[in-house]
Design a protein around this ligand. Structure first.
Ligand code: WTA
Length: 647
C-alpha cells in the first residue's frame, strides 16, 4: 500500500517512499540549473544520441563534439545545439539511451479501442520500430523527401503514432490535424502547409457510432495541393477510393523493407508544424525543430511523469493537440516507457469507462484535463465504488486552470491522497511542460501549477506571465510562412528578448505560480484552444448574419464555453437562425466549437473606430463593473444586450 502525501499547512509533499524512488528528489537542482541554464540543458542534451563526428560544410566539427554552440540568441530568433545532427526516432529506437536490447521486447504502445468487445493491440518497441520503418519506406516510395510537409488526419489509433514517427524518420514535416476538426478546418491547414500527401483512415468509433473520416478527408483536400491519400483501415466502413490518388495503408506498407536509414537532421530543421488558435480567425502553424524539441520532450517527461520500467502511462489527450504530440508519442517513447492511447469517449459506453481502463491496464501515471475531472466528479463518487485505483502513483492535469475543489476531488477520489498531482502549465508554442512542481520534490498546492521546471526563467510583468532567455529548447521557432505574426504575437509586447505567453498569473509567497487564464482572444473550452476570431469568421459566413461577436464564459464542466452574439441583416426566425449557427460552427470548425448560448441582438458595443468590445460583453456575465461606457459609439446597446441576457 502506498503512503499518503505529507501535508504541511496548505501544501502537500511527496511521501518519503515516493521521493526516494523519484528521478529527481533534491531541491538543489533548481539552484544549479538557475546558475547556468544553458549548461543545464547542454548536459541533458548530451545524454541523447547525436550523429558525430560532424562533416557538415559549415560545421567543421570533429571527434566527439556534438554541436558548435549550445544557445545562440539574435532576438527575436534563437537556436539551440547549433549544427548538431540528430534524429528523434534513432533516440526512440536503436539508439535509445536505455539501450535497445533492454527495451525492444517491452510494450511501447497499448491501444484500447472504443467498442468494449473489441480486442486491444500492443506494440513492443521492436514491432513499432518495424512498422515505422516499413511505413517510412512506403512514404519514400511515394516520393516523399526531407522537408516535405505531410498532413495527418487520423483518429486515436496506432497508425497515428506510426505516421508521425515515419515522417520524423525520413525528415518529412508532419502536420497533424485533430480528427474531430471539420473538413473546412482540415482544408485551411492543408492549404497553409502545401502538403501533397494526406494520411487518414476509413473511419473510427466515437460514442458508439462510426465517424466517416474518409469523407471529411475527401472534402478537405479539395482546393489543396494534396495529390495522394493514404487510408488506414480502422472501422471497416465503406469508403470511396479514387484510383491513382487513394491507397490503402496496408498495401503500401506490407512489402516494404523493415529498416529505413534515419535521415540526419540538423538540430534546427523542422520536425513538425502544429496549428493552433491565436487572436485572429486564421490558425497559426507553430514550427517545432528537431534538436531542442527532442531534448525538452525527453527530460520534461522523465522528471515530471517519473517513468520507470514498470509504469503504464495514460494521457487522455488526442494526438491532434500538442499534449498528444509530446506526451502521447515522443516523450514516453524517448524514455522507453509504456503508454496507452484510447480511441473513444472516456465516458463511453458508461461514465466510468476511464476508471475501467485504469483498472484494466493497471495505469500508474494518469494525465488528463480538469474538464474531464469535473465530468467525473459530476457523475459522483458512488460510481467509483469497487474500482481499484491501487495501481495509480501519480496524477497530472493540463490545458486549463484547475480550481481548488476539482483538484481536491481528483486528489482524494482518484489519487486516494497517495498520488502527487502535477498541474502542468505549457502551450502549443512551448513544445513541452514549463511549469509544475516536480513529483519527487513538491510542493503541490491546489489551484497552483507550481514552480518553473529547472532551467526555466519566468517573470510576471504587470500581471502577465513572460518567459525569459534562454527560454526553453523546445520553444517554437516561428509561425509557418508568417514571420510578422511570430514577431507581433510573442516578441512585441515586452520587446524582442521576452516571450509573451498571453497568460495572466501571480506568485504566492513560496514562489508557486497560479495561472489565471488568457489575456488575449483565446478561449480554452474543455482544454481545447479556440479563438473568438475563428468562431466569428465561421458565423459571419452565413448570409443572414451581418456581424457577430464571440466570447468565452464560465462553464462548470468545460471551464469556459463559447457564447455567440449575432446581428441579423434582416428579420428571421430566431430559432431557425440559432440552429443554422450551430450547424455552421460544426461545419467550419467541429463539435468542440458548440456554443453554450447564442444571443440575437440589434447592435454590438463598439468603439468609435468600429472595434467590437468583447471585454464589455464578457463583463455582462462575470458581474464585473462595466466601467465608463461613454467612449463607446453606441453605449445604449449594452443596456439592451443586458436585458436580453437576463431574459
Ligand atoms: C492554458 C496546452 C492553467 C493556458 C498544453 C495556456 C493552463 C493555454 C494550463 C495553452 C494549466 C495550459 N493551468 N492553464 N496547467 N495548461 N493552460 O496551446 O492558458 O492548447 O496559454 O496547450 O492553455 O493551450 P494549448
Amino acid at each position: 500500500m502506498r503512503k499518503k502525501l505529507i501535508k504541511k499547512g496548505n501544501l502537500y509533499f511527496p511521501s518519503k517512499e515516493f521521493e526516494k524512488r523519484a528521478w529527481v528528489n533534491d531541491k538543489k537542482i533548481y539552484k544549479e540549473a538557475a546558475k547556468n541554464p544553458i549548461k543545464f540543458w547542454e548536459n541533458l542534451a548530451k545524454q541523447l544520441f547525436w550523429f558525430t563526428p560532424l562533416n557538415s560544410a559549415k560545421g567543421n566539427l570533429t571527434g566527439e563534439q556534438k554541436w558548435k554552440k549550445t544557445f545562440v540568441h539574435k532576438p527575436p530568433r534563437f537556436q539551440w545545439f547549433v549544427n548538431g545532427k540528430i534524429n528523434i526516432t534513432s533516440n526512440i529506437f536503436e539508439r535509445n539511451s536505455l539501450g535497445w536490447e533492454s527495451i525492444k521486447n517491452k510494450p511501447a504502445l497499448i491501444w484500447e479501442p472504443e467498442p468494449i468487445q473489441e480486442k486491444f493491440r500492443t506494440f513492443t518497441y521492436e514491432k513499432l520500430f518495424r512498422e515505422v520503418n516499413q511505413f517510412a519506406n512506403a512514404l519514400k516510395k511515394l516520393g516523399v523527401k526531407k522537408g516535405d510537409r505531410i498532413g495527418i488526419y487520423l483518429p486515436m489509433i496506432p497508425e497515428a503514432v506510426i505516421s508521425m514517427l515515419a515522417c520524423a524518420r525520413i525528415g518529412a514535416v508532419h502536420s497533424v490535424v485533430f480528427s474531430a476538426f471539420s473538413s473546412t478546418a482540415l482544408k485551411i491547414r492543408l492549404q497553409d502547409t502545401g502538403a501533397k500527401i494526406l494520411i487518414t483512415a476509413d473511419g473510427y468509433w466515437r460514442r458508439g457510432k462510426i465517424i466517416d473520416l474518409k469523407k471529411n478527408a475527401d472534402d478537405g483536400i479539395k482546393g489543396t495541393k494534396v495529390k495522394k491519400v493514404i487510408v488506414a483501415k480502422r472501422a471497416g466502413n465503406k469508403v470511396k477510393m479514387e484510383k491513382a490518388r487513394d491507397f490503402w495503408w496496408e498495401d503500401l506498407a506490407k512489402n516494404q523493407p523493415d529498416f529505413c536509414e534515419p535521415e540526419i537532421m540538423d538540430s534546427e530543421d523542422t520536425l513538425f508544424i502544429l496549428y493552433t488558435s491565436g487572436s485572429t480567425g486564421k490558425p497559426k502553424g507553430t514550427v517545432h525543430v528537431c534538436g531542442g524539441y527532442t531534448v525538452q520532450a525527453k527530460f520534461t517527461g522523465k522528471w515530471i511523469f517519473d517513468w520507470r520500467d514498470e509504469d503504464i502511462f495514460w494521457s487522455t489527450a488526442d494526438l491532434g493537440w500538442i499534449t498528444g504530440h509530446t506526451y502521447s508519442c515522443y516523450s514516453p517513447l524517448l524514455n522507453g516507457a509504456t503508454f496507452l492511447i484510447y480511441e473513444g469517449g472516456i465516458d463511453w459506453p458508461e461514465p466510468r469507462r476511464w476508471a475501467k481502463i485504469i483498472e484494466k491496464y493497471k495505469v500508474s501515471v494518469f494525465y488528463t484535463a480538469p474538464t474531464a475531472v469535473r465530468m467525473f466528479a459530476k457523475y459522483g463518487t458512488g460510481l467509483l465504488k469497487g474500482i481499484n485505483f491501487e495501481s495509480l502513483r501519480l496524477l497530472g492535469s493540463v490545458g486549463e486552470p484547475i480550481d481548488e475543489s476539482t483538484w481536491q476531488w481528483y486528489f482524494k477520489n482518484v489519487g486516494q491522497e497517495r498520488c502527487p498531482v502535477v498541474d502542468t502549465w505549457w502551450q502549443t508554442e512551448t513544445g513541452g511542460i514549463l511549469i509544475t512542481s516536480l513529483p519527487g520534490i513538491g510542493p503541490f498546492k491546489p489551484a497552483f501549477t507550481g514552480l518553473p521546471f529547472p532551467g526555466i526563467k519566468f517573470d510576471i510583468k504587470n500581471g502577465n506571465l513572460v518567459l525569459l532567455p534562454p527560454f526553453c529548447p523546445g520553444l517554437l521557432r516561428g509561425i509557418y510562412k508568417n514571420p510578422k505574426k511570430y514577431l507581433d504575437t510573442y516578441w512585441k509586447k515586452y520587446g524582442k528578448k521576452i516571450y509573451f505567453t498571453s497568460d495572466a498569473a501571480y506568485k504566492d509567497k513560496n514562489n508557486l505560480i497560479r495561472i489565471i487564464g488568457r489575456v488575449d482572444d483565446v478561449i480554452k473550452t474543455a482544454g481545447h484552444r479556440l479563438s473568438t476570431g475563428e468562431l466569428e469568421d465561421a458565423v459571419s459566413k452565413l448570409k443572414i448574419i451581418s456581424e457577430s461577436a464571440a466570447i468565452g464564459i464560465f462553464d462548470e464542466i468545460k471551464g469556459e464555453a463559447p457564447v455567440i452574439f449575432i446581428v441579423l441583416k434582416k428579420a428571421g426566425n430566431i430559432e431557425e437562425v440559432k440552429k443554422e449557427v450551430i450547424i455552421q460552427l460544426r461545419k467550419e470548425i467541429g463539435p468542440i466549437a458548440k456554443p453554450k448560448q447564442i444571443y440575437l441582438v440589434d447592435d454590438l458595443p463598439k468603439t468609435r473606430s468600429g472595434k467590437i468590445m468583447r471585454r464589455i460583453l464578457k463583463k455582462l456575465f462575470t458581474g464585473e463593473e462595466l466601467g465608463d461606457l461613454s467612449t463607446l459609439a453606441n453605449p445604449k446597446s449594452v443596456e439592451r444586450i443586458q436585458k436580453i441576457i437576463k431574459n
